[in-house]
Design a protein around this ligand. Structure first.
Ligand SMILES: [Zn+2]
Length: 384
């Protein structure tokens, strides 16, 4: 009887939040058992050990926000395709931030700003920091290094273009929510192509100023592109519409096509960061269907970019995530469908994969700290 009561108790209180791909997620937090609280030991930041065997001319850096092994597994079974299998090299990445006081022991879970800065500048920093260090001093990003080397540069996102991940490449603010200030910094940052959502952070006066600097502004991806001008395209007030709703304004691949057609005319090469932003939001929402749709978009993007790389072999393509989100795991449901379970409505510290193809890709066959990706790509951009 006692045992029975314990089982009922367990089912009631120890069940994760679950969702099959056709049902709504149940928001429920797991209670924590004493045995599951572990002391954290100082962690080593693992570095890249391999020597560089080739330098790329250009870099396409895809960041799938909030996309860990669980999200890839979900997509493999629910979408019937795993496009990243086409990459030549694969590794694993630790994503913890640096939160000052407790640099090595008390923070494992990062946000997109700290990890965006690790990826863009190779700098460990605090959660919320957009390309600034722990003392809030600006750190130079790979996009800025690319500009200094005469390369063309671009940012593409399915969130607001001023959201934490893209912002970490072309703005410097002490707190990620300052998206109006980030838009103002973009207006003078000389990025050649910026495409995504977030109109609400660009008042008319800022758009007018931006155009007066010799740039083109579009709200429809089919607008003819003026070759000699920088390009800003904003296709939604905030983030783009969710893929599974069926009314996304523009696909990530469409934006990538426009960006590449503009950027790849420069003989000095180009750098572009393309973010599949909303896998993360599907994790926050504990919604398997949301994640499935965004992963479908990522598959399409990966296939397009790797096809492009096949005919442009001097381009290095890197795909990774800033962190995992939702603590996603894939299970069999009783009816033979998939049952997606979540352990959190926030990010987890779980390692995320990195995939790479092209010159310089082989160094990523390793277990590394996320700052190593930033440092390595900056090395490639500076050819040192
Ligand atoms: Zn998130």
């Amino acid at each position: 009887m006692k045992r029975y009561a314990l089982i009922v108790f367990s089912i009631m209180f120890f069940s994760c939040s679950t969702a099959t791909l056709t049902s709504v997620a149940i928001d429920q937090k797991l209670p924590t058992k004493e045995d599951d609280i572990l002391e954290s030991k100082p962690h080593t930041n693992y570095t890249i050990k391999k020597d560089v065997d080739a330098y790329p001319e250009s870099i396409i850096f895809i960041i799938a926000d909030g996309t860990g092994i669980g999200q890839y597994t979900l997509s493999y079974y629910a979408n019937g395709e795993f496009a990243p299998a086409r990459f030549d090299h694969i590794g694993l990445v630790a994503t913890h931030p640096n939160d000052g006081e407790c640099t090595t022991t008390c923070k494992r879970v990062t946000d997109s700003a700290a990890s965006g800065t690790a990826l863009s500048a190779g700098e460990k920093t605090y959660n919320g920091a957009i390309a600034v260090d722990n003392d809030k001093n600006p750190v130079k990003t790979m996009l800025e290094w690319a500009q200094e080397n005469g390369m063309s540069t671009g940012l593409v996102a399915t969130s607001s273009v001023t959201h934490a991940t893209p912002a970490s490449f072309a703005a410097h603010v002490d707190y990620r929510k300052k998206e109006h200030e980030i838009a103002q910094q973009y207006a003078t940052a000389d990025v050649d192509v910026i495409l995504g959502g977030g109109k609400k952070f660009w008042p008319d006066s800022l758009i007018t100023f931006y155009k007066s600097q010799g740039a083109q502004y579009i709200e429809d991806i089919n607008t003819p592109i003026e070759e000699d001008k920088r390009l800003l395209g904003l296709f939604a007030e905030k983030g783009l519409s969710k893929v599974y709703k069926g009314d996304r304004e523009v696909s990530t691949t469409q934006m990538a096509k426009v960006a590449l057609s503009k950027l790849d005319k420069n003989e000095n090469g180009f750098f572009v960061m393309i973010e599949e932003s909303q896998v993360d939001w599907g994790g926050h929402a504990n919604n398997g269907t949301y994640i499935k749709g965004e992963m479908e978009s990522l598959n399409e993007l990966v296939n397009y970019v790797l096809d492009y790389q096949e005919v442009n072999p001097n381009v290095l393509v890197v795909l990774t995530a800033d962190h995992e989100c939702g603590g996603v795991a894939v299970h069999d449901s009783d009816g033979g469908d998939l049952e997606i379970r979540f352990t959190s409505e926030y990010h987890s510290a779980n390692f995320v994969p990195i995939f790479a193809t092209g010159p310089g890709a082989s160094v990523f066959d390793a277990f590394i700290d996320n700052t190593e990706i930033g440092k390595q790509l900056i090395k490639y951009i500076n050819k040192n």
